[in-house]
Design a protein around this ligand. Structure first.
Ligand code: AMP
Length: 226
């Protein structure tokens, strides 16, 4: 059986980076609601048209919409044995919906949803560090490689080292939007951790300050040396 993991934490804390590594190490799919929504914007699907203004302004898309997306994705064959869910749930109502989805996919309506999930990893870092991290982030338009203006600058300003593509700032990484997203996290998403704790989900808090390998080591230890 593969691991069923939730990766949790404020915008910019490195959920995506750690999720990609975990997914490769554990051979389970990485399911990122942010990635699914951004892909839908690019391909102009009905979902993309519905969520564009929310995603571009860093606002949470309506719960019903994102819950449908996750329900469909978790029903796919590759997610049956395990998954790394990244960026969902972001509200208490999404968490309750996830509990129903998990009980449904496990075909065990009597089981506690928290017992179906192996770990809820909460990545933790101070808000001001995250604002600096996100507002300095630049992404290659072509291959999506991520850079940082001071932390991980490209060899030639504005150009991707890997493919020569142009580096851009995601509209939701503009500083004002970043501050709004952090505030939204504290108000709407942080309460989900209390929901998890009250309902017996296996929450593990991991310090997300440090280099990527170091943090991965902590995440791995939190999952397997529980
Ligand atoms: P992320 O890459 O996880 O920061 O997600 C990018 C954007 O997608 C967010 O700013 C929201 O607009 C939207 N989004 C992703 N996941 C969710 C979610 N669980 N609930 C609502 N909106 C979401």
């Amino acid at each position: 059986m593969g691991e069923k993991l939730l990766l949790f934490g404020p915008p910019g804390v490195g959920k995506g980076t750690q999720a990609v590594r975990l997914s490769a190490a554990l051979r389970v799919p990485h399911i990122s609601t942010g990635d699914i929504l951004r892909a839908s914007l690019q391909s102009h699907t009905p979902l993309g048209n519905l969520v564009r203004s929310y995603v571009e302004n860093g606002k949470l898309v309506p719960d019903e919409t994102i819950v449908d997306v996750v329900r469909e994705r978790l029903a796919e064959r590759d997610a049956r044995e395990g998954f790394v869910l990244d960026g969902f749930p972001r509200t208490v109502s999404q968490a309750a919906a996830l509990a129903d989805i998990l009980r449904g996919t496990a075909l065990q309506s009597d089981v506690r949803a928290g017992a179906i999930v192996d770990s809820v990893v909460v990545l933790d870092a101070p808000t001001e560090d995250l604002v600096l991290r996100l507002s300095g982030r630049r992404i290659c338009e072509s291959c999506q490689t991520s850079y940082h203006v001071t932390g991980r600058p490209p060899k030639r300003a504005g150009t991707c080292d890997r493919c020569g593509g142009t580096l851009i700032q995601r509209t939701d990484d503009a500083e004002e939007t970043v501050r709004f997203r952090q505030q939204d996290y504290l108000q709407k998403t942080q309460p989900v951790i209390d929901y998890f704790l009250q309902n017996g989900w296996p929450v593990r808090v991991v310090d997300a300050i440090g280099d990527i390998d170091q943090i991965f080591g902590r995440v791995y230890a939190a999952i397997f040396w529980r």
